[in-house]
Design a protein around this ligand. Structure first.
Ligand code: 4AD
Ligand code: MG
Length: 478
């Protein structure tokens, strides 16, 4: 068995046995003859207070080497400390460690260690992303992220969904949006020097290959066999959007359900979001409270939203409003003066439109359906009006789009026609069309950006602060 974590020790009864704790020094304070060392091992926002009685001779006095270690102990050092768990007279913690031995495992020289006691801006911390998990906020975000990833699996597994590992390298553009990263082993530099064009027939796969933008199409093939499946993996988009909600590499969850229609899809999406909000409020309360406190009370950091936990509760208490794209645009047009981009029927909803819709017009989560076919992907099912498709986007306050999905076109002819009219290489998608050729069924699915979810739940304003190593245009450090 591994040794216990600080989070678990904090719940042991006081006066329990001798213990060894391991972690990193957050702070050290001297008071009279005592040294207070706060140690955190990342298991929860709370560290343990270790108290050393100094200068006492005889057992259980400190050894000379322990005295020396305490003299020079700096924030960020790694330590193993032995002591007895005792009731804490101080407020804020039930127990503390009456420490009698300390071993420094690794020093962190204050002259160079960047994470000293003072608060650092989130921008500065982004530049030292390899160390930022050692700060309270980033450790809390990492724990929330881990817990919610687990929650995603649990939600689907409990309802008979199977987890499908869809490929990361693909030969096609699943969204037809053209934002692909190419994967090649050709020596592009040598080709350029020789003035030759790349011959992808001689490339690793014998044709051009890309990083996937979505696992949906492959998930559909498994839904057409296992009925209910989901993917949860990294996806890649070479979009140059420099915003607080776009990454070039992000994790996406994509359920796909056979024998279901758009109404089922909407219900599932709402239940999914509510499930994750409930889980966060129940399992991550300490971390969420910590993040919120740092953002709003201690730091007044505008990069962390206020009231994010309250807004999770609001989500749980509300029924998501359903609204057609046509009605949404009509409502937005009445407010046209306030937008940079004028809303109009046939245009994409811009981020400012999405936010206004959910925050001001609806005052809560809204699911917009039946978008014009020309602004949505080729696979969406055409409505009887032949102008709109059975698409749905879930918009939430503070963020805008958190989920995008649709009913899929299950009719072979209609899908093929649509692909041809878009000029797509239909032959390359023969396997995808086969799903409609053999035992086709009505089916639906959606995609949720995992980082958007974590942003929403933690209140972190910038998506770059909810993934360990953000990748965006012009930046792939670490
Ligand atoms: O709306 P999108 O592009 O839909 C799809 O990819 C479909 N294949 C999903 C499906 O039906 N199976 O992306 C889905 C979600 C968005 O709602 C958003 O939450 C997130 O993925 N997303 C991004 N997150 C971070 N950075 C980006 N560049 C993102 N692009 C999309
Ligand atoms: Mg979308």
């Amino acid at each position: 068995m591994l040794f216990p974590l600080i989070k678990d020790l904090l719940h042991l009864p006081a006066e329990s046995q001798n213990l060894t704790i391991r972690g990193w020094v957050k702070t050290k304070r001297e008071l009279k003859n005592r040294t207070f060392v706060e140690v955190n091992d990342g298991s929860s926002p709370a560290g343990i207070q270790c108290i050393f009685d100094r200068g006492r001779s005889g057992p259980p006095g400190l050894s000379p080497s322990a005295e020396r270690t305490l003299e020079t102990l700096a924030t960020g050092s790694s330590v193993a400390i032995q002591g007895r768990l005792v009731a804490s007279p101080g407020s804020g913690q039930a127990v503390e460690l009456a420490a009698y031995a300390i071993e420094r495992l690794g020093d962190a020289p204050p002259e160079t260690y960047p994470l000293q006691k003072k608060r650092h801006s989130l921008e500065f911390l982004r530049e030292i992303a390899h160390l930022r998990a050692r700060t309270g906020v980033f450790a809390a975000v990492a724990r929330v992220r881990s817990r919610l990833a687990f929650g995603v699996h649990r939600f689907f597994q409990e309802q008979g969904f199977h987890y499908i590992h869809t490929p990361i390298i693909t030969g096609k553009d699943a969204e037809g949006a053209g934002a692909l990263f190419q994967v090649t082993t050709l020596d592009l530099k040598a080709l350029a020097q020789a003035g030759k064009a790349p011959d992808y027939g001689r490339d690793f796969f014998g044709k051009p290959a890309y990083l996937t933008v979505s696992g949906q199409l492959e998930a559909e093939t498994y839904a057409a066999a296992l009925s209910r499946v989901y993917t949860f993996g990294p996806t890649f988009r070479a979009e140059h959007s420099n915003t607080t909600r776009h990454l070039a590499e992000f994790w996406m969850i994509e359920p796909e359900i056979a024998f279901a229609d758009l109404a089922d899809n909407i219900q599932l999406a709402e239940a999914f979001l509510k499930y994750l909000c409930t889980l966060a409020l129940r399992d991550c309360a300490e971390d969420l409270a910590f993040i919120e406190k740092r953002g709003t009370i201690e730091n007044r950091d505008a990069r962390i939203e206020t009231g994010s936990t309250a807004s999770l509760q609001k989500i749980l208490d509300s029924r998501f409003v359903r609204m057609s794209y046509t009605d949404a645009v009509a409502a937005l047009e009445k407010e046209a003066a306030r937008f940079t981009f004028k809303p109009f029927w046939g245009g994409d909803l811009q981020s400012e439109h999405e936010k206004f819709l959910t925050e001001n017009i609806v005052g809560g989560p809204v699911i917009v359906i039946d978008y014009p076919k020309d602004i949505k992907a080729f696979y969406m099912k055409l409505n009887d009006d032949e102008k709109t498709v059975r698409a749905m986007d879930v918009l939430v306050p503070r963020l805008g789009e958190i989920i995008g999905g649709s009913q899929r076109e299950e009719d072979y002819r209609r899908l093929e026609n649509r692909m041809r009219s878009l000029g797509m290489p239909v032959e390359d998608y023969a396997w995808y069309l086969d799903l409609r050729r053999y035992g086709t069924v009505p089916h639906v699915g959606f995609g949720m950006g995992f980082e958007r979810l974590i942003q929403y739940i933690t209140g972190m304003v910038n998506i770059r602060d909810v993934i360990p190593y953000p990748r965006v245009a012009g930046q792939a450090e670490f």
